[in-house]
Ligand binder design. Structure first.
Ligand code: NAD
Length: 318
């Protein structure tokens, strides 16, 4: 297949590009690197089936030759990023998504939208099935991301219904792994960075809020399965093993062997208190389920972070 991956220079996108190349696809990676890193795909640039184009997908774009699939991942995704890039986040979720949909329409290609569990907001239903419509504050600080993704879902379904585009939507729950940026503000990367540096692990609230953490290789298998299917979704992709954030902190401390302590801070506005996907649809429709345990995934992630840290941090027993 010839696949266009928007946001392919980001954390998840770079793993997706790798997986597609590994199975023989040709990949056009489009990224403006507002939150991604060229280094994430530097190792792919020698591959003749990989093409990297620096482009902002909020501006209409095309790629040379036929296209079989468009995987639309471009969007700031972590809270500090979408707070800093608030208007840009809404622009890429709306105009960027429409430009990517039009590309798919022109080429008769499959279109994959990477939506998010954030469309469920601070959920009143637990765990979250795809049928749940969500509980989102439309004017709160997180709304630029949540509402952009909700709009992107609506737009994608409108292109499917009105223009016959072969759209598939996945809702991704918290994903972690190598190539997360140490300062991206996500809880896993923050805890690992703090533990490796020996500083306090900042825990917001009392740590009883829950998340479900999916290792990036598992997620990418799900993205590829959805790309290959004809399902419209939405399909939740996430690990249903729910953990408190305090449990996560303790696990990171154990794996890193860090002497760090936990420092408690006030919970940010609209921070969801519970998150766990119902994944029956992914199991039934895509034959997908996560395989990597949190312990194993964290060990691999800590090893990656430790290898990139300075000398005092590389003594970490992973
Ligand atoms: P990321 O920030 O690492 O990657 C996003 C990429 O999109 C970056 O490389 C960025 O430079 C690029 N981008 C942003 N705006 C762009 C624009 N206008 N034009 C071109 N490129 C642009 O984030 P990620 O974690 O890899 O997330 C990838 C996708 O998955 C996002 O759409 C995100 O909403 C979704 N998602 C991720 C998670 C997660 O836990 N990682 C959870 C839910 C949803």
């Amino acid at each position: 297949m010839r696949v266009v991956v928007t946001g392919g220079g980001g954390f998840v996108g770079s793993h997706l590009c790798e997986a597609l190349l590994r199975r023989g696809d040709t990949v056009h990676c489009l990224d403006n690197f507002c939150t991604g890193e060229p280094e994430n795909v530097a190792h792919l640039r020698g591959d003749s089936r990989f093409r990297l184009v620096r482009a902002d997908v909020t501006v209409p774009f095309d790629v040379p030759g036929p296209v079989d699939a468009v995987a639309h991942l471009a969007s700031p995704a972590s809270p500090p990023d979408y707070h800093r890039l608030a208007v840009e986040t809404l622009a890429v979720g709306s105009r960027g998504t429409e430009n990517a949909l039009r590309l798919a329409q022109r080429h008769g290609a499959r279109f994959l939208l990477t939506s998010t569990s954030e469309v469920y907001g601070d959920p009143e239903v637990h765990p979250q099935p795809e049928e749940y419509w969500g509980h989102v504050n439309p004017v709160g600080p997180r709304s630029v991301y949540d509402e952009a993704k909700r709009f992107a879902e609506a737009l994608s379904m409108a292109y499917r219904r009105s223009h016959g585009v072969d759209v598939g939507i996945v809702r991704i729950f918290n994903t972690y792994g190598p190539r997360m940026r140490p300062h991206d503000g996500r809880v896993v990367s923050t805890f690992i960075r703090q533990a490796l540096a020996g500083g306090p692990l900042t825990l917001f609230g009392d740590g009883s809020q829950t998340r479900s953490f999916c290792y990036v290789d598992d997620l990418v298998r799900g993205l590829v399965a959805m790309l290959d299917s004809e399902r419209s979704g939405p399909v939740n992709l996430g690990n249903p093993s729910e953990r408190t954030v305090r449990e996560l902190a303790e696990l990171v401390l154990r794996i890193t062997g860090s002497p760090s302590r936990i420092a408690y801070r006030p919970l940010p506005v609209d921070d969801p208190t519970r998150r766990r996907p119902v994944i029956n649809r992914a199991v039934e429709q895509l034959g997908w389920m996560p395989r990597v345990t949190l312990d194993e995934g964290l060990r691999r992630t800590v090893a990656w972070f430790a290898a990139r840290s300075g000398p005092p941090l590389t003594r970490v027993p992973v």
